[in-house]
Design a binder for this molecule. Structure first.
Ligand code: FAD
Length: 463
C-alpha cells in the first residue's frame, strides 16, 4: 500500500494549493480528486463567471465605443463564442494545475476518497479501489449549489450556477432567485447580453451584506439596465407552463421567464467522506476546525468551503497552506482579519475589514474618509466616473480597519487596503507613499487623506 506524508481529498483551490505547498516543504503528497482539477473555482465558479463577465464588459464597451471616437456599425453578441472562449480559459488553467502538480511530484489519484480511519483512505476509482496510508489527511471537498426540491431544478430550463455557464442561446428572459453575490453577478452578465432579467430576493435589499450605499447604487444601476428587482419576497414554487417557466411568489404574484436560475446558497460536500465513523460532527453542514485548520481528530484537517465561513477561493487556498504547514510540523494559524471580498458587477464592488456600521456597533471611535471616482483623472479618461473609495480608520491608532470600494477595477484596488490592514499600517503610512499619476490608486490615496480632511482634490470635506 502506498504511503504518504499528507493525502488531500479534493483538488480545488483549497486542495491543490495545499498539495503544492506540501511538496515545496519536502513532503510526499497525494491528491485525490473525483472530477476535474481546479474544483468549483476553475470549472464552475470564479474563472468561468469572470470569463463570461469579460464578454459582458467587452460587449458593453463596444456599445459605447462611439463615445471614444470609434464607429463600429451594428454590433451583435454571440454567446457560443463567449462560452467557447470561457471553456478555453478554463481548460488552460486546469491543464496548468495538472502540470504544476506533476512538476512538484504530487501523486494524483482520480476517484472518490473515503476516510476509513485516521491515516487511511480508500479511493473508489473507475477501475476498482485503492487504499492509501497517509500520516495526515486534509479534507478539501468543497461545496455544490444548494437545491430545494420544490424548485424542480431540471438543469435545462430551471438552472443552477453550473448549467447557466453553458447556455447556447441568450434567454429572452431570465428570472434569478437570490440577490446575493452569485445571483447579482449573473444578473449583470445576462442583462448585458440582452436578457430581460428579473431578480427575486428574500431580504429587504440585494447584496445585503454590503454597505447600504453600495447596495443602493447597484440597485440603481441594475434598474438602469432594465433589471426588475423584487425584494422581501420569497418563491413559493417554480413550474413549467405554456410559453416558459412560471415562478409563483408566496404573495401570489406570478412571472413567466424562458429560464430560471436558482442561486440560493451552497451546500457543503460532507457526505460520503466517512465523517460519522471518524467521530467528526458537522455544524450547520460544515466541518468544525480550530485555527490550525485541524478537526477534532488528530491529523485530520479540513479547509475551504467545506469548513464554511467566507466561501472564497483565496480563503480556501490560505487555509490549505495553513493546514498542510501544520500537518508537516509547523505552527501556523489562520488569520481572517484582512480577507478581501468582491462582486463582479458593473460597477465592481470590493471590501475588506469592517464596515462603518459594524465599527460603530463595536463602539470603536472611527474616522471615515471618502473619495469619488468622479474627481479622479484616470477614471474620467476611462469614462468610469461612478463610485467611490471609503476608508475607515481607528481614531486612536490611525490604523486602517476597513475599506469599501464601488467602481471600476474595485476588485484590483482593494489589494492596497488589504495589505495595509494585514500589516497594521496607519493612514499616514500609505498617503506618504507616492502613488503614480494618473491611476485609480490615487482614489484610495485621497480617501485615506480624507480621513484627516486633507484630500487635495476634494473641496468641502464630508464625513
Ligand atoms: C458561480 C460562482 C462564482 C464564484 N466566484 C468566485 C470568485 O470570483 N472569487 C472567489 O474567490 N470565489 C468565487 N467562488 C467561490 C469559490 O469557487 C469557492 O470558494 C472555492 O472553489 C472553494 O474551494 P475548495 O477547494 O474549498 O472547494 P471546490 O473548489 O469546491 O473543490 C472541491 C473539490 O473536491 C472534490 N471532491 C469532493 N468530494 C470528494 C471526494 N470524496 N473525493 C474526491 N474528490 C472530492 C470536488 O470534485 C471538487 O473538485 C465562486 C463560486 C461560484 C459557484
Amino acid at each position: 500500500m502506498k504511503e504518504f506524508d499528507v493525502a488531500i481529498i479534493g483538488g480545488g483551490p483549497g486542495g491543490y494549493v495545499a498539495a503544492i505547498r506540501g511538496s515545496q516543504l519536502g513532503a510526499k503528497i497525494c491528491l485525490v480528486e473525483r472530477d476535474k482539477l481546479g474544483g468549483t473555482c476553475l470549472n464552475r465558479g470564479c474563472i468561468p463567471t469572470k470569463a463570461l463577465y469579460a464578454s459582458a464588459k467587452a460587449y458593453s464597451s463596444a456599445r459605447k465605443a462611439n463615445k471614444f471616437g470609434i464607429h463600429t456599425g451594428d454590433i451583435s453578441f454571440d454567446i457560443n463564442i463567449a462560452v467557447s472562449r470561457k471553456n478555453s480559459v478554463v481548460k488552460r488553467l486546469v491543464n496548468g494545475v495538472e502540470s504544476l502538480l506533476k512538476a512538484h511530484g504530487v501523486e494524483k489519484i482520480t476517484g472518490e476518497g473515503f476516510i476509513e480511519s485516521p491515516g487511511r483512505i480508500r479511493v473508489k476509482k473507475s477501475d476498482g479501489e485503492e487504499g492509501i496510508n497517509a500520516r495526515n489527511i486534509i479534507i478539501a471537498a468543497g461545496s455544490e449549489p444548494a437545491i430545494i426540491p420544490a424548485f424542480n431544478i431540471d438543469r435545462k430550463d430551471i438552472l443552477t450556477s453550473t448549467e447557466i455557464l453553458d447556455l447556447e442561446t441568450v434567454p429572452k428572459s431570465l428570472l434569478i432567485i437570490g440577490g446575493g453575490v452569485i445571483g447579482c453577478e449573473f444578473a449583470n452578465i445576462f442583462a448585458e447580453y440582452g436578457s430581460k432579467v428579473i431578480l427575486i430576493e428574500l431580504l429587504p435589499t440585494i447584496l445585503s451584506t454590503e454597505e447600504r450605499h453600495i447596495s443602493q447604487l447597484i440597485t440603481r444601476r441594475f434598474r438602469g439596465k432594465g433589471i426588475e428587482i423584487y425584494t422581501e419576497t420569497s418563491v413559493d414554487r417554480i413550474e413549467k407552463a405554456e410559453g416558459g417557466i412560471k415562478t409563483v411568489l408566496s404573495d401570489g404574484r406570478e412571472f413567466l421567464a424562458e429560464k430560471v436560475l436558482v442561486s440560493i446558497g451552497r451546500s457543503f460536500n460532507t457526505l460520503g467522506l466517512g465523517l460519522e465513523g471518524l467521530g467528526i460532527e458537522t455544524e450547520n453542514g460544515c466541518i468544525p476546525v480550530d485555527e490550525k485548520m485541524e478537526t477534532n481528530i488528530n491529523g485530520i484537517y479540513a479547509v475551504g468551503d467545506v469548513v464554511g465561513g467566507m466561501l472564497f477561493a483565496h480563503v480556501a487556498s490560505s487555509e490549505g497552506i495553513v493546514a498542510v504547514s501544520n500537518a508537516l510540523g509547523k505552527d501556523k494559524r489562520m488569520d481572517y482579519s484582512a480577507i478581501p471580498s468582491f462582486i463582479f458587477t458593473d460597477p465592481e464592488v470590493a471590501g475588506v475589514g469592517m464596515k462603518e456600521a459594524e465599527a460603530k456597533e463595536k463602539g470603536i471611535d472611527i474616522k471615515v474618509g471618502r473619495f469619488p471616482y468622479a474627481a479622479n483623472g484616470k477614471a474620467l479618461c476611462m469614462d468610469e466616473e461612478e463610485g467611490y473609495v471609503k476608508v475607515i480608520a481607528d481614531t486612536a491608532t490611525d490604523r486602517v480597519i476597513g475599506c469599501s470600494i464601488i467602481g471600476a477595477n474595485a476588485t484590483d484596488l482593494i489589494g492596497e487596503a488589504t495589505l495595509a490592514m494585514k500589516a497594521g499600517l496607519k493612514t499616514r503610512d500609505i498617503v506618504e507613499t507616492v502613488h503614480a499619476h494618473p491611476t485609480l490608486s490615487e482614489i484610495t490615496m485621497e480617501a485615506l487623506e480624507d480621513v484627516h480632511g486633507m484630500a487635495i482634490h476634494k473641496a468641502g470635506r464630508r464625513i
